[in-house]
Design a binder for this molecule. Sequence first.
Ligand code: NIG
Ligand code: FE
Length: 408
Amino acid sequence: MKLIGPFRQVVTLANLPLRGKLSDEQLEIIADGGILINNDKIQQVGNFEILKSSNPNAELEIIEGEQIVLPAFVDSHTHICFGGNRANDFAMRNAGKTYLEIAESGGGIWSSVQHTRAASENKLLETLLQRINFLVSLGITTIEVKSGYGLDAENELKMLRIIKKAQIQTKATLIPTCLSAHLKPRDFDGSNEEYLGYIINEILPKVKEENLAKRVDIFIEKSAFQPEESKDFLFKAKSLGFEITVHADQFTPGSSRIAVEVGAKSADHLEATIDDDIDFLANSDTVATALPGASLGLGEKFTPARKLLDAGAIVAIASDWNPGSAPMGNLITQSSILATFEKLTTAEVLAGITFRSAFALGLEDRGKLAEGHKADFVCFKTNNFQNVLYNQGSLKAENVYIDGFKVK
Ligand code: NIG
Ligand code: FE
């Protein structure tokens, strides 16, 4: 047993519901608190002095100075395994170039595919680990990572194997997702449907055999895959035993309905979701994931998180960190900005980057400081937890714990 504290404030999130709007009055804040840990799990959270006297044999880890503690964050949507860089896309977009002009001059997703295919496994692993370490330094200890820049069996499996290797070298939890249906690659000789069939027949069986991912994603959009072919693909992936997540309604509405119809764990993006579909999502267990990093990277509108929460949806927030649309990678900054534009309470933002995003990944053992939960948490040197979002990412995490051990 180990007792860590005292913390000026322990913000547990323990009693918050999975779905719908939250007020800050609902937050449980324990003053002068401590966290009692048994192996890698939280045993009890409460007043530090009381925990100390009722557990005289617990090893003490004393926190110096004034700090607050929150459950560690969960980034449920990233594309951080990639080669190359798309700074030129960003500059061209801001100079007024269109999607087509950028693609024609060698940019877009296809350019990341070429760089990722050309990169050595060591280089990809090294840069992936650097990005993971950056996220951990922000207090993010559970990270979803997608493939999707390989786009043929050899290179998609290469990406997923690298993500698996990275898991050996980090204490953070990595959740790999197969996004072979990101785009039909330019060198595939056949239709979209044939490419989706190739994923079902040639890629997913190997992903399963090598236990490389349990989740399948698709980008449903005019420029990528169309609604009907996508639905068919997702039902097939589901029947192979994969969990589903969808890039939905980024520019064109309609695909979040498909996510709900196939029973997806989450529908992500939703910048273009229409009111009827907000209600459809809100009446389902499919998590609605806002990706403010993509809105900021592209200069597009934000996901209607306020409306989704008011309708009763389960709303998560993730970074979408990728070389094209969301190059920033700072979920704390992005969530704070989303909050100002969408008028989200602190409780709604914190829930969106902890237990609600964990739920999108099928994880219910983390994201709250509560008995039996994984002992992952993040500490900030401040006397008021509100400063974390107020400082919009410039207040850095002081310490980060995974399984009860300090990793930063
Ligand atoms: O989530 N929308 C599709 N895919 C990514 C962008 C990937 C890229 O541009 O490389 C996204 O925004
Ligand atoms: Fe994405």
